[in-house]
Design a protein around this ligand. Structure first.
Ligand SMILES: NC(=O)c1ccc[n+]([C@@H]2O[C@H](COP(=O)([O-])OP(=O)(O)OC[C@H]3O[C@@H](n4cnc5c(N)ncnc54)[C@H](OP(=O)(O)O)[C@@H]3O)[C@@H](O)[C@H]2O)c1
Length: 386
């Protein structure tokens, strides 16, 4: 079997877990790009990197390279996997662009590929005929409790991994990618027909923003108040948050239907959030009768804390963190994109817009967003990107 060179950009939870899993395979070389000196120092000291599996067993690995030098991390890679959050991807892609090989195909993907990674990569890597752009719909496993450079806990895995390529990629490149990803993840890899199946799949952008809006938005019971203790995202989900989530889920489905009809694309794989959660967690949900009960009674969601920080000025209690990923990633790169796509089709999505506008005000404005790379003419374009 020929040597496969994998570069992982981002030494966080997803990066660590995937790197360790890949190193269990024969003839797979793994390099990791990270800014975290602690991860690099552990590598230099030959500390084994460990993944703690749900069944209590442990996998151990030593990566081939762990570095903050972008060139050293990616220059000879066959496949580059970006595992940084969506708001950090533009800088990551800019940094790696000058160092990618031009002498062989290089498959550049994001895990997860949401927030329009195909458009970002197309905009950042123009005129690169050897670059193949791809994304995975979701993370293959949840990953948590990272001790950088040392250990990561693996949570539940997906039974199927859905992957899409940029619409411009030819069949031959798609088949090569499928082969590489099957080697890395096993036979659970399924190729989707269109990247929009990833972009339009409802997830964190509507989930996090609706719950925060229900808690501290203008009609929330915690509006302008301080929480006495940290709250759990889902087990303590407010009714109002679940109501907005259900409405936003419906609007997201309407957007999908309009895009599917107008562009003639089959988006039937994009399910409503409610259906996605019920199918993914099944028996773990004690009461699947409503969005509220699904969120509150899903055992897999127990004990997940909402992003909170101590209140300012030495006041006792907590507030929702403005700098959290629920805003910087989910709002600026997720919700913004949904609203803009709806606008391009003259579709009204009033609930999503209401939550977006309030969230942006809470963030004190957008510094950067998915609009920085969303194609101006979409869906009208002469390239295959539509
Ligand atoms: N962990 C999960 O179970 C899970 C589940 C569902 C979805 N996801 C998604 O997977 C992606 C990665 O999540 P993760 O949990 O692996 O994240 P993480 O543990 O926080 O790691 C993210 C890594 O991204 C890099 N980074 C660069 N700029 C950053 C910035 N401004 N803010 C935060 N990180 C920055 C850092 O890498 P270096 O310091 O190494 O350079 C950091 O270690 C996110 O899009 C997340 O929504 C994760």
């Amino acid at each position: 079997m020929n040597l496969l060179k994998v570069a992982i950009c981002g030494g966080g939870r997803t990066g660590h877990l995937n790197a360790i899993l890949f190193k269990q395979l024969p003839n797979v070389q793994v390099s990791m790009h990270t800014h975290n000196q602690e991860v690099i120092e552990h590598h230099v000291r030959h500390t084994p990197m460990q993944a703690l599996l749900p069944d209590g067993s442990t996998l151990s690995a030593r990566l081939d390279r762990v570095t903050s030098d972008t060139k050293a991390a990616v220059e000879d890679a066959d496949i580059v996997i970006i595992t940084v959050p969506a708001h950090a991807r533009p800088q990551t892609l800019k940094d790696i662009a000058p160092h990618l090989t031009t002498s062989k195909p290089v498959f550049i993907g994001a895990i997860p590929g949401f927030c329009g990674f195909d458009w970002l990569a197309e905009a950042t890597l123009p005129d690169r005929p050897n670059v193949v752009i791809w994304g995975m719909k979701d993370v293959p496993h949840t990953a948590f409790e990272l001790t950088p450079g040392r250990s990561i806990k693996m949570g539940g895995g997906k039974s199927q991994l859905y992957v899409a390529t940029h619409a411009r990629e030819p069949q031959t490149a798609r088949r090569q990618l499928e082969k590489i990803l099957t080697r890395l993840y096993g036979p659970c890899v399924t190729m989707l027909d269109h990247f929009l199946e990833i972009t339009l799949t409802p997830g964190n952008p509507i989930m996090h923003s609706s719950v925060i809006y229900g808690l501290i938005g203008p009609y929330g019971q915690w509006h302008r108040k301080i929480f006495p203790q940290r709250m759990c995202w889902w087990t303590e989900c407010p009714e109002l948050g679940a109501y907005f989530l259900e409405r936003m889920d419906q609007e997201s489905q309407e957007l999908c239907a309009v895009i599917s009809q107008r562009l003639g694309i089959d988006l039937s794989s994009v399910k409503s959030l409610k259906q996605e959660i019920v199918e993914a967690y099944g028996e773990q949900i004690r009461d699947p009768s409503s969005m509220l009960s699904i969120l509150r009674t899903n055992q897999a969601y127990n004990d997940i804390l909402a992003p909170m920080v101590p209140a300012a000025d030495n006041r006792a209690g907590y507030v929702i963190e403005r700098e959290s990923r629920a805003f910087n990633e989910d709002v600026a790169y997720g919700l913004v994109l949904l609203v803009e796509m709806a606008k391009r089709f003259d579709l009204k999505v009033p609930y999503i817009e209401e939550v977006l506008q309030w969230s942006v005000a809470y963030m004190e404005g957008l510094r950067d967003s998915a609009l920085d790379y969303f194609p101006r003419q979409w869906p009208h374009t002469t390239s295959a990107a539509a």
